[in-house]
Design a protein around this ligand. Sequence first.
Ligand code: FES
Length: 118
Amino acid sequence: MAGDPIKVCEISDLSTDKGYRVTSVAPPLAVFLTVDGAVHVLDDSCTHQDAALSDGWVDDCIVECPLHMSRFDLRTGMVDAPPAALPVRVHKAKVVNSEVWVTLSEEAPNLPPGTAPS
Ligand code: FES
C-alpha cells in the first residue's frame, strides 16, 4: 500500500530549465517542471555514479546527467542515452493549490554503486 503524499515544495520553487532538489527524504528527490506544465519527481541520484540529476540539463521531458551525460526520461525514469543502464525511480506527483505533493514509490531505488540512502 502506498504511503501518504508529502509536500515537497511550492510550484513557484520550480523552473523549466533546472531541477529542484529535495533532501527531506532519503534518498533525495529531484523535482522537474516541464514546458507543458507537468511536474515530474524522480530520485535525484543518477544510476551510473554519484551525481545529482537536479544539477543536470533539462530538454523537453529529458534530463541529462551533469557528470557523464546519461539521459533519462522524466516521465518514466527510463534511460534515453548511456552510460547509465538502469532507470531512475519515478514518484507520483500532484499539484494542489500551488503546492507539489509526492507519493513515494514503493519500488527499490536504483542507487549507483557505493552509495546508500541517506
Ligand atoms: S554519473 Fe550520471 S552518467 Fe555517470
